[in-house]
Design a protein around this ligand. Structure first.
Ligand SMILES: [Mn+2]
Length: 347
């Protein structure tokens, strides 16, 4: 297990020195943030990130994310240029020593929550998803105020409506086909540069506004891994994204895909499943619906040797900043992951 921590680059108020001081910390998880989605990252930007990271005593081995342009997901003719750009990013990152690239294939909306500062019983705040709040916001409805926290704010209302309409004309099978087309082009490049591609599950792992979502459960992950049956075509196992559906047995999935050698990156966080959605909680098993010890043990016992990062944390001790990505609670999460790993290793 290689412990890692997401860092948003120069603009992140959490410094590399902060991250370096978390016990057991090995690598940052970062990205080039000054390039529009779909374009090629400059070698200079990649080299600068690498130098900064390594100068701070941390490895530069995990990228989250290289985002996938909507035209690729929609299967438009313009995807060719974006796929070639994507391949070039894999080559450049591989040459810079990157071992793992996280990405997702969610139409338009990426991760979705309805509130970013829900106050929990202990006074900390966290991200939550309540279905009745989602149901009130229909992006095709002109009366809707069209805002949920995780959405891409670069879309105007009309642009958002247009892209949602394009997806509404697509079936889940169309999205699968577009994903397969993409993988067949990128995985050979990833293999040549020995970069592990690690798709992140849809968050939450169900359809939003009737748009297709396919990276959601065990059956679909099985199907995904067979689209291109190469170890470089693997997973980011996000315990919170999969675990917000009670239908997903995250412990079983962790064991199964680790044994197959297809989990390259793990996002560890706990969530509490509620009748109308879920709340993000502290990492501790007792604080949510997931058995974090059992997940860790399943990974360990099945030979997992990839990267793990604490995922979203609560805001605690008066910290303010990027929701889910404060220092304090994620550092507690990292310490907990260290403890779980040491315990299963010595058991
Ligand atoms: Mn995640």
């Amino acid at each position: 297990m290689k412990l890692s921590f997401r860092w948003y680059g120069q603009d992140d108020k959490i410094t590399l020195e902060n991250i370096r001081q978390i016990p057991g910390m090995y690598s940052v998880v970062t990205a080039v943030y000054d390039v529009p989605v779909g374009e090629v990252w400059s070698r200079e930007s990649i080299a600068a990130l690498k130098k900064q990271t390594e100068d701070a005593g941390l490895a530069f081995e995990v990228i989250e994310s290289v985002p996938v342009h909507e035209d690729i997901k929609l299967g438009k003719p313009t995807r060719e240029r974006y796929i070639e750009n994507y391949c070039e990013n894999i080559r450049r990152l591989g040459e810079a020593g990157v071992k793992c690239i996280c990405y997702n294939f969610m139409p338009v909306f990426d991760w979705t929550r309805t509130q970013l500062d829900h106050v929990l019983a202990d006074g900390s705040t966290s991200l939550v998803y309540y279905q009745e709040q989602v149901d009130k916001v229909n992006p095709l409805n002109s009366d809707s105020d069209l805002t949920l926290p995780g959405w891409d704010a670069s879309y105007t209302r009309d642009e958002l409506r247009a892209v949602v309409a394009e997806y509404n004309a697509m079936t889940a099978d169309d999205l699968w086909n577009n994903l397969q087309y993409f993988l067949e082009k990128i995985i050979p490049v990833a293999a040549a540069y020995d970069v592990n591609m690690a798709i992140h599950e849809d968050d939450p792992c169900w359809s939003i506004f009737g748009l297709p979502r396919i990276i959601t459960d065990e059956q679909n992950l099985d199907k995904f891994l067979k689209l291109v049956d190469d170890p470089h075509n693997g997973l980011t196992l996000c315990t919170g994204s999969l675990g917000c559906s009670a239908k997903n047995d995250v412990v079983k999935m962790a064991a199964k895909y680790a044994k197959m050698g297809r989990i390259h990156f793990v996002h560890m966080r706990n969530i509490k499943i509620l009748p109308n959605g879920f709340e993000e909680r502290g990492h501790l098993s007792a604080d949510g619906s997931l058995d974090m010890y059992a997940i860790t043990k399943a990974l360990h016992d099945n030979g997992f040797d990839g990267y793990v990062r604490p995922d979203h944390g609560r805001m605690i001790w008066g910290e303010t900043g990027r929701p889910g990505y404060g220092l304090f609670d994620r550092a507690l999460g990292a310490a907990y992951i260290n403890g779980l790993w040491e315990a299963v290793e010595k058991a």
